[in-house]
Ligand binder design. Structure first.
Ligand code: HEC
Length: 193
């Protein structure tokens, strides 16, 4: 059989196997979109959190975070046609446990942070194959800022009201003991291809 004939036979099989593999341009668009979705989530939640702290103090803002954070994630998911959420290896929200990809992504981002990359722009992405088809996965680092310490800092120096509220709302909370510059978690964006 001629080489051309072999290629003609092999090519369709090749493309059938990875029919949805996005090309470089499509991949760049997926990344750009995920960055937008992640920024939308972070900005909306951050704005509401700051306003709630200003109005009711950090203890009062915990309730806002509890109800609004999942709602904002759901709104952004719908708006961008993705699954957006925040996760952390030391989660507070019982639904905030990272899956294997997310845990590995955060570990990789932490290494890059330690190697000197700027935390504000730290992100990573990958196209993965699952039994259900291909997925685009994206992770954006959430660095700890001073403001976060109100509710994620050292329990020894946290306000009593905050500690009491956290103990009541999140009996299994793991999300304290952070210092500025650490990664609190990631925004995770998942999209079926
Ligand atoms: C007013 C208290 C408060 C402040 C301030 C605060 N958080 Fe949280 N955080 C919470 C609460 C309550 C939850 C659990 C509900 C949720 O958002 O899912 C949470 C959850 C999270 C999660 C989801 C993963 C998990 O642990 O469940 C991340 C990531 C996170 N916070 C990061 C931050 C970062 C980064 C900052 C600072 C920019 C910050 N938080 C400031 C109260 C706070």
């Amino acid at each position: 059989m001629k080489v051309q004939a072999l290629i003609a036979l092999a090519l369709p099989a090749l493309f059938a196997g990875c029919a949805t593999q996005p090309d470089a341009e499509e991949q760049a668009a997926l990344v750009a979109d995920a960055r937008k979705a992640s920024a939308a989530l972070t900005q909306k939640l951050g704005g509401e959190l700051k306003a709630a702290i200003a109005a009711d103090g950090p203890a009062g803002a915990i309730g806002v975070c509890k109800t609004r954070a999942p709602q904002i994630a759901a709104d952004v998911s719908q708006q961008f046609g993705v699954e957006a959420k925040r996760v952390s290896p030391k989660n507070r929200n019982p639904d905030g446990v990272p899956d294997a990809w997310e845990a590995e992504a955060q570990a990789g981002l932490e290494k890059r942070l330690a190697a000197g990359e700027k935390p504000e722009t730290l992100d990573t992405w990958q196209i993965v194959r699952t039994s259900g088809g291909q997925q685009f996965r994206y992770a954006k680092a959430l660095p700890v800022q001073q403001m976060c310490l109100n509710c994620h800092g050292d329990p020894a120096t946290m306000a009593e009201g905050v500690k009491a509220r956290l103990a009541a709302e999140y009996p299994l909370d793991k999300a304290t003991g952070y210092a500025p510059g650490m990664l609190r978690g990631i925004v995770s964006i998942k999209r079926a291809l």
